[in-house]
Unconditional design. Sequence first.
Length: 414
Amino acid sequence: MKKVEPLQIVFLSLVLTSLSAGQEISAQLNDSLFAADYGIDPLQKGKLAIEIDNTSFFKNNEFVTTVQKGYTLPGFQLQLKASYYPLHNLKIEGGAHSIWFWGTTRYPAFAYKDMAKWEGQDYAHNVHVLPYFRANVKFSESVNFIFGNIFGGANHRLIEPLYNHELNLSSDPESGIQLLCNTKWINFDLWLDWITYIYELDTHQESFVSGVSTRFLANSPKSPFHVYFPVQGLVQHRGGEIDLYVEEVQTVMNGAAGAGLTWNPNLRVLKYINTEFDIAGYMLNNNALSDLNRGSGYYAKLSLQLQEFNVTASYWRCKDFMTVFGSPFYGSVSTKIEGLKYKRPQLFYLSADYVHQLGKGFVFGVEAEAYFSFGGSAVMSDGGLYQGSVYGGNTNYSFGVYLRMSPSFLIKQY
């Protein structure tokens, strides 16, 4: 009998899940600081408002590992936009989005999330500013369709091996189309994020990502014991027929499927305990680009909320796995030492965060993280064993402090 790969199981499940969805309420740092509410209130029809969305951050990554270099992110993101409800089921937003890092005067002139080689204007000066536009159409109580800047990042609720939540700070808003559905039994998010556009004779490839994030709900998220089954997938494509780029077309896929259980005691101190287990997969279509063209991993997570504190511990083990947007700690390849690969790496992750609601539209957060890499061996691209410690420093730390301000000011009621 032919062996069935974990990724094949994941993407078969994705095909079966393209139906409909919703959102759980959580006080975790990702939800409070980085996620956005996509709901539309029919009573807002005719209202014109000015909205400010600012996330200020200071994140320091103290990494001494062979996996990834350490670095610091000091700065803020700022969106200034006008919002208008021309209909009871349509919200339109338009304005500008910018990223500022303290101490720099130049910024890449292309998408932050996928820095393909660029042979044209390499840098923009002073600040990185993009136009911002979103049309959110509510077709029914359970279905929203979004054009333009979609609800991305933390809103996709991807597991950590598939998506590094630090991208909520450093990447541009996702742009394309998105289908969101809300029903009693399923959460569904299907999107296309067009990252890099090309013109004829351009010297870089076009790049886009399609993704799906689904949760099957066995019962209500507010039940004392809530059971759910997540299924997620990402497909990143780089190619194009009208450019002059010489490298081959490539398609990279990540997927995950699993099961989760949440206990909601709603006590004075303990709010909930959640545990989840996922099987993840990786696939690359072109063997010429990498000898790692197929891999898998296993992810187990335990998290709990104590009033305004959240604690998460997780374990990850993989073989020949590469992640599209996840942290390099979840991959089998070093981003610090060229040609270095890890055989069956393991990772224990621990984080603690504090989230405090200062007032409506104002949230403060602090987070501390630790990454402990162990197991396996390391080899160079020529097949020889890596000389020295496999991971350099096995334990690595990260600390961040955040402030999100998202006030809205009513201008006129038409």
